[in-house]
Each structure stands twice: as structure tokens, then as C-alpha cells.
Design a protein around this ligand. Sequence first.
Ligand code: ZN
Length: 76
Amino acid sequence: MATCPRCKGFLSDNHKCPRRRLFVASEIVLAGVAGGFAALLIVALIDPQGRLTNVDGSAVIIGALSGIGLDRYFRG
Ligand SMILES: [Zn+2]
């Protein structure tokens, strides 16, 4: 039996690729983590001495959300 090139599932006559929800979820998480790290990097560049410690948390959240938002926007 042939396998589907997209989902590696068995290719039957009425085959439909399952929605790879786990893949989508992990992509969102990765985008969020990447966005959070990017925000921390920006905070570190703006404030090398770490005086704005209260900014870190909100910067990570904003970065994570914008990372997820950008990922969703570009991937439709
Ligand atoms: Zn398939």
C-alpha cells in the first residue's frame, strides 16, 4: 500500500490528510518562545546593566504574543 507524501499515512481512495494539530501547536509555542527571546535580547541591548528589571516580564509576554501573531499572519 502506498503512503501519502504529506502525512505519511496509508493512501486509500478517499484519503484525507489529518490536521496536524500537534505540529501547529508546537509551531505556535516555538514562535512564542522565539518572540520572547527576541524581546529579552532587545531589552538587554537597551538596558545592558539590567536596571529595568520590571520590564523583562512584560517584554517577554509582548514579544511572545507578537511572535505568535507574526507567525499566524505570515502562514495564514
Ligand atoms: Zn495524507
